[in-house]
Write a protein that binds this ligand. Structure first.
Ligand SMILES: Cc1cc2nc3c(=O)[nH]c(=O)nc-3n(C[C@H](O)[C@H](O)[C@H](O)COP(=O)(O)O)c2cc1C
Length: 187
């Protein structure tokens, strides 16, 4: 009798050439591992704004045929990040432009881990009435850069005072950059 382990496919990365219209093609990196095909959205929220942004991002990426797992940052282990093709990190800001407690463990792990080969995008909500508007977005972006993670989109800060249209515009532009980066094979 065969061991079931022998029958399981090994996780492998491979490239496919995909038609993107007008006779153009692009090379896309893919993986055989089921979980590896997905995007993780890891967010921290206190009063729900950042969670709403996470849901907007999820909705837009799913419309672009991306599989999305949404988790609170507190439930994310740094060791699981390599299961995902892209990690979208979102946080509100606390104190004086600080990363909040709810994001602190993941942030600390990001600062301490070699993030080479991992792709990221960062978003957050804040209040532009504070001196350091959405400072947590800057801290997370800096940590990812310093640890050699790849940022595939400009980090986005959403002001709590924005109207719905302004917020949608920012999130549309953010997810569009993520989608375009995917088409370019950057994640
Ligand atoms: C005590 C406290 C400190 C804050 N400090 C900042 C800050 O330094 N910069 C900023 O942009 N927003 C700051 N905020 C605003 C929150 O980040 C903002 O309301 C955010 O949208 C909350 O997101 P959430 O609804 O996901 O919890 C602070 C809010 C509180 C209550």
């Amino acid at each position: 009798m065969f061991s079931s382990q022998l029958l399981l496919p090994m996780e492998m990365s491979f490239s496919i050439v995909q038609e993107i219209g007008s006779g153009r093609t692009m090379e896309v990196r893919r993986s055989t591992g089921g979980l590896s095909m997905t995007v993780l959205v890891a967010y921290a929220t206190m009063s729900g704004h950042t969670e709403e942004l996470a849901e907007m991002i999820q909705e837009r990426l799913e419309q672009a045929d991306v599989t999305v797992v949404v988790k609170e940052a507190m439930d994310v282990e740094v060791s699981e990040l390599r299961e995902y093709e892209l990690i979208v990190v979102g946080s509100f800001t606390w104190g004086d432009g600080d990363v909040p407690e709810e994001m602190d463990d993941l942030y600390g792990d990001l600062e301490d881990t070699d993030l080479s080969g991992l792709s990221f995008a960062v978003f957050g909500s804040g209040d532009s009435g504070y001196a350091h508007f959405a400072g947590a977005v800057d801290h997370l972006t800096d940590a990812i850069r310093q640890q050699n993670g790849t940022l595939v989109a400009d980090s986005v800060k959403v002001d709590i005072d924005n109207d719905v249209d302004e917020t949608e515009e920012l999130i549309d532009a953010f997810t569009e950059q993520i989608r375009a980066a995917r088409e370019d094979g950057r994640w």
